[in-house]
Every structure is written in structure tokens, then in C-alpha cells.
Design a protein. Structure first.
Length: 171
């Protein structure tokens, strides 16, 4: 039992001695190569010399990103066909393309009703709408490109959600 304990302590000390000896092997030298003064660490002859100077990295751009559309929601509105607050009606959204390329066919979800848009040119807009059978409407949720059909430069402006207290229904 004592022998094992002594062996463990001896091996532990041996590891410390090896560590200290390893630290002593490293020599800092400053060799001169054709007038260049750079500090080097001299580890082992088989490994070679390692520079301690900080390298200068110059990034270069080799390509450009393609122009992409950017679909967003500029405005929306609710229209009731009969009574000002209740009954059937329509929700319309103005979808704009503020990107740098035309957008092809995509879907728009308005209050969980899906409609499609054939496309929007750069700087253009479309007004998709859906109809509902009875109101009043107390919330509006619009999700542009709901199927992810258009690769855009900004996907963060594709949704708007509004919850409000509607006026009482008509009598």
C-alpha cells in the first residue's frame, strides 16, 4: 500500500520535473536574416523555428453577391361591405419590392388565407387581398412570401401582426 502511494507521488513529481525541463528547452533568440530583426522561438531542431511576430492578413473580395429582391409590407387596410364594423369585407395589403432585383411568383398569407402574387418588379408594388364572411376583425396578420419561394436580401420585413379592439358590431 505504501509502495503504491510512494510510486504515485514519484510519478507525479516526475511529471513536474519533465514539465520544468520542457520549459527550460525553449530559448528565445533573435536571429538576423538579411537585415531583418524578428524574434523567434527555438523549440526543437526537428520542428524548426516559429515566428512570434503577428502576421498581416489582407482580406480580398473575389466575387460579388447577386442582386436580390426585398419584399416588404408598406400598408394594409380593412374594408367592410355593409355595416361599417361588421359583416363581410376585405383585407388588403400593399406589398413592395425595395430590393435590387425583380421578385418572381410568391404567396401571401393574410389572416391565414393564402393568396398568390405573380411577381413584383424593382420599386414596384402589388395589392393582394382576401375576403372574409363576417366581422368585426380584431387582428390582422400578413406574411409575405409565406412559402419561401423568393430568395431575398432581407427576410426580416416579411411579417406584420396587429391586434386591436374593434368597434362593436352593427345591429
Amino acid at each position: 500500500m505504501r509502495m503504491r502511494k510512494a510510486l504515485r507521488i514519484g510519478l507525479g513529481l516526475w511529471g513536474v520535473v519533465v514539465f520544468v525541463l520542457t520549459l527550460r528547452i525553449v530559448n528565445v533568440s533573435t536571429p538576423s536574416f538579411a537585415g531583418m530583426e524578428t524574434e523567434y522561438l527555438d523549440y526543437f531542431p526537428l520542428i524548426g523555428r516559429v515566428s512570434t511576430s503577428t502576421p498581416t492578413i489582407t482580406p480580398t473580395v473575389t466575387g460579388t453577391l447577386p442582386a436580390l429582391p426585398d419584399l416588404g409590407i408598406a400598408s394594409f387596410g380593412v374594408t367592410y361591405y355593409g355595416c361599417p364594423w361588421g359583416g363581410p369585407g376585405k383585407i388588403m395589403a400593399r406589398v413592395v419590392n425595395v430590393g435590387e432585383a425583380d421578385a418572381g411568383h410568391f404567396s401571401v398569407d393574410i389572416n391565414f388565407i393564402r393568396t398568390t402574387v405573380d411577381g413584383v418588379e424593382v420599386g414596384g408594388y402589388r395589392d393582394p387581398s382576401v375576403e372574409f364572411s363576417e366581422g368585426p376583425i380584431g387582428s390582422i396578420g400578413i406574411l409575405v412570401d409565406s412559402e419561401g419561394e423568393v430568395w431575398e436580401s432581407n427576410e426580416g420585413n416579411n411579417f406584420i401582426g396587429v391586434i386591436y379592439t374593434p368597434p362593436p358590431p352593427c345591429e
